[in-house]
Design a protein around this ligand. Structure first.
Ligand SMILES: C[S@@+](CC[C@H](N)C(=O)[O-])C[C@H]1O[C@@H](n2cnc3c(N)ncnc32)[C@H](O)[C@@H]1O
Length: 220
């Protein structure tokens, strides 16, 4: 009991510090905070179907993830399920030299992203369903666990069917469904790491993984 209370207070302190750090960066880049959670439009956890709510990934985590990815001027980046746009904000902060895009189905989250990104010519946010987008214009894709596992598998099948060139996929919070890519023809895991602490801050209550994949239709 004592341990639980201690653990909750400990987690709360760490998440408050992280959110304050995030908010300071959000305000500089976006002119507003992107911290507030926006609940999912539709999810059915019992059947693993649907979409997650819009929770922004901490900057400290994004810094760690993107230390393993180099974006060049020739790249065209997209965040699939961009929420309020935190990943795009991080990449602006990190001076990513390429075009930065996001697609978001949740109108409340999309409106926030659309509002603050207007002033950045480099950024384009699309309102709509990620299942309906043509991914051929993009080279580097990010997913911050937008889908529950069954929906994730359906998305990957549709995605593979439409793609005609190699891409890189960064998949954050991959422990629930990342394994679905493991034995799929054409996919190769380039890097994986599990995070709990970064610089002494507890960034995840339970260890959370991310993996970086390449997919080449020619390898199928
Ligand atoms: C956990 S949030 C991640 C937000 C952002 N990528 C980040 O990491 O900060 C996942 C987002 O994916 C969106 N999403 C889920 N299914 C989608 C779909 N079919 N099309 C577009 N967006 C979707 C959700 O609405 C939610 O905003």
């Amino acid at each position: 009991m004592k341990n639980n209370i201690f653990q909750r207070v400990y987690n709360k302190i760490h998440s408050t510090i992280l959110n304050q750090m995030d908010e300071a960066s959000d305000k500089k880049i976006c002119g507003q905070s992107l911290v507030k959670y926006v609940k999912s439009v539709y999810r059915d956890d019992a059947n693993g179907v649907g979409m997650t709510g819009s929770q922004s990934t901490h900057y400290i985590i994004l810094k760690r993830i993107f230390s393993h990815v180099t974006l060049t001027e020739q790249d065209n980046f997209i965040d699939i399920g961009c929420g309020k746009g935190r990943v795009l904000a991080y990449l602006i902060k990190a001076h990513a030299p390429c075009s930065l895009n996001g697609i978001e189905i949740n109108e409340i989250a999309y409106n926030v992203a659309q509002e603050w990104t207007k002033k950045y010519d480099q950024v384009n946010v699309i309102s709509g369903d990620a299942f309906k987008l043509d991914y051929n214009p993009y080279t580097v894709l990010f997913m911050g666990r937008p889908f529950l596992p069954v929906t994730f598998k359906q998305f990957i099948e549709a995605f593979e069917a439409g793609l005609n060139h190699p891409i890189t996929l960064i998949y954050w919070v991959d422990q629930q469904s990342g394994h679905l890519l493991k034995d799929r023809p054409g996919w190769k895991m380039e890097f994986r790491e599990t995070l709990t602490y970064i610089k002494g801050l507890r960034v995840a209550r339970t260890p959370q993984g991310y993996s970086i994949w390449t997919y080449d239709p020619a390898r199928r």
